[in-house]
Design a protein around this ligand. Sequence first.
Ligand code: AMP
Length: 281
Amino acid sequence: MLIFSKKDALQQHLQQYRPAQNTIGFVPTMGALHSGHLSLMRQSLLQNAVTVVSIFVNPTQFNNPDDLLKYPRTLEADAAKIATLDEGIVVFAPEVDEMYDGNTTSAHYDFDGLEYQMEGAHRPGHFDGVGTIVKKLFDIVQPTNAYFGEKDFQQLQIVKKLVEKNNMPINIIGCPISREPNGLAMSSRNERLKPTEREAAALIYKTLQGAREQFKTGSIAQVKGYVTAALATHPEFTTEYFEIAPEDTLEPATVKENRKYRAFIAVFLGNVRLIDNISLN
Ligand code: AMP
């Protein structure tokens, strides 16, 4: 399997695919790979002549320095997991300087307000960091198709907006959330949960499923009341936000209209921050 750390070498390698109909699939990740990441790669393998996976812990999207410090870096194990899928996958694993040239800062982006909601409100600068790194990676890889998980639904919508606003000829493909057997959305951060916390975290998805049930007949206020009550029975959870929002604007809704809605949640379990979401209709 080919692993590149330099953008020039990667670009040179990808030249062979550019002519004709040779599509390039791209899966950007921060490593510490789990089955959720691998499901994105499988989707890309099915739809493209070649799949590129980037592994890069992007410093500018971390608003919490401790979170950045603790983020797992496991390139060897990640490469082994990718190789079990397909030896033909191309890995791009650059150092910070290769991506930022000694200037590790974000550009500022206008995502038509998507950036101010939920994760944007609670993680200042996060989506500027995401926009900065995704734009840099797209410019290097120039993929035909790029795959993002619905686990980070707000990020998925923001990347679609980035591509639209910059007129980039890239299809952004959203992929379903992979879950552990107890329903917990897979995440690199799950590794930091104690075994008892990991079991207890099943409550997050159970509550979202309950919210979907309540949403069929209840008002938004009723659904919120249900979620608050469900989580209050478990004091080890601290809810940062629970919102119901239309998928296109992500602006928290107070009344139901004829639109496509999702419920979004962020909770702390101990000092580990977990996010999840579910389609409501
Ligand atoms: P990350 O390494 O956390 O930046 O994630 C890289 C990509 O994998 C992003 O598009 C995520 O949305 C996606 N991803 C992470 N966890 C999951 C999951 N449980 N199911 C599906 N996609 C995921």
